[in-house]
Design a protein around this ligand. Structure first.
Ligand code: RRO
Length: 309
């Protein structure tokens, strides 16, 4: 029997598969549905101080190979999630609260109140690509360090950081050093590949409305970028940093590739939105079959074991 349970920063997850922040996790109803589903955790939408309706529609578009979104942080506001968290914990699986903000002062304020609601883990989102006029914090190492040093003392549960994709080893090294100095407990790699552009040649038009059609790209086509970031940070921290792999997981074998690169758990965004909550059962069955065919009995056994030539 293959064991698909896993541990991130000392917290045990009954299954390694969970929703990525943003995917079917904004409202109470969606979060409760995740609680009842086969997901190994409930991850909230990234939250801001005030409730937000988000960007104008259309703001999500699925296509063969992936998706593009510019949701613009639609969420209920942090106070609503703080009230919901104790109820969500009754589903008997970890609750991960995703904390965002529209400015640097928002993050510590939200982190403090959300930490008091006692989620199992908190993920600090440094990588939303879709707020007009606000660059992704994760691409500014000094701003990231400043912010994480303010947030760190407010959080007593394991604190993770969700990063944007980096495309050069120098950037992995700079950000790795920042994360080490800031006492980060786990990483989530990667957020969507920001500011991509999908074109509909028939209509000769963009496919989403905000930002002239620019948005975060997710799904199957970003898998190599996600795997590279998981691998780079796994190696930077010499296997000691727990990593949630996010990006391009469509089938069980994709999750296996994330584990080989160094992930201990994985999240699904695009495929969850496209397929619905039954995706968790399918991915579990497929991943069990892959691991068993390869002779592994657990994720821990294959984690990080990617061979180099
Ligand atoms: O809400 C969004 O537009 C959004 C967020 Br906060 C994020 O972190 N990543 C993304 O692809 N979309």
């Amino acid at each position: 029997m293959v064991n698909l349970s896993t541990t991130i920063a000392g917290v045990t997850f009954p299954s390694c598969f969970m929703n990525a922040a943003g995917a079917l996790c904004v409202t109470r109803e969606e979060l409760e549905a995740l609680g009842k589903s086969g997901a190994g955790a409930i991850v909230t939408k990234s939250m801001t101080i005030e409730a937000r309706r988000g960007n104008p529609e259309p703001r999500y578009h699925g296509f063969v190979g992936g998706s593009i979104n510019s949701m613009g942080l639609p969420n209920l506001g942090y106070k609503a999630y703080a009230e919901l968290i104790p109820q969500l914990k009754r589903f008997g699986k970890p609750v991960i609260a995703s904390v965002a903000g529209l400015g640097e002062d928002d993050f510590p304020a939200i982190a403090e109140l959300i930490n008091a609601a006692d989620p199992d883990l908190i993920e600090v989102n440094l990588s939303c690509p879709n707020i007009p006029g606000k660059p992704q914090i994760g691409y500014d190492p000094e701003a990231s360090e400043r912010l994480l040093k303010r947030v760190r003392p407010k959080i007593t549960v394991p604190m993770g950081v969700k990063l944007p994709p980096y495309f050069d080893p120098a950037h992995h090294d700079v950000m790795g050093a920042v994360l080490r100095r800031c006492g980060v407990d786990f990483l989530n790699l990667i957020n969507s590949v920001g500011n991509g552009l999908v074109v509909d040649p028939e209509r000769e038009a963009v496919v989403i409305k905000p930002k002239g059609g620019f948005g975060g790209v997710g799904g199957r086509i970003i898998k190599p970028v996600a795997l590279a970031n998981v691998r780079a940070f796994y190696k930077f921290f010499e296997g000691t940093m727990p990593i949630i792999g996010t990006g391009g997981i469509v089938e069980g074998v994709d999750a296996f590739e994330h584990f080989l690169c160094g992930a201990s758990a994985v999240q699904v965004g695009t495929v969850l939105v496209e397929e619905g909550l039954d995706v968790f059962g399918r991915l579990e069955a497929e991943t069990s079959a892959v691991l068993s065919r390869k002779g592994y009995q657990s994720i821990q056994e294959c984690r990080g074991r990617l061979k180099e030539l």
